[in-house]
Design a protein around this ligand. Sequence first.
Ligand code: FES
Length: 81
Amino acid sequence: MLRKVFELCEGAGVKCQLNLERWMRCAIGICGSCAIGKFLVCKDGPVFSSEQLRQTAEFGKGAMLKSGKVVPIKEFALWRQ
Ligand code: FES
């Protein structure tokens, strides 16, 4: 859903800030479990600007499971069951 909001804002030329969620283990920028592109959600976020999200190609493409495995977003609903 956040990816869609981002795309709508980009299409309308509106800057946005989105609050991302990731599984976190350390929450102090050490373990990398919350990484999305070059950013760490626990350290650099959780709120990211349009400019930052443009630099994150994987934003909205996959979801990280509790195990740390990244699955395509379309398969995520199956893994949650
Ligand atoms: S939770 Fe460990 S780096 Fe973010």
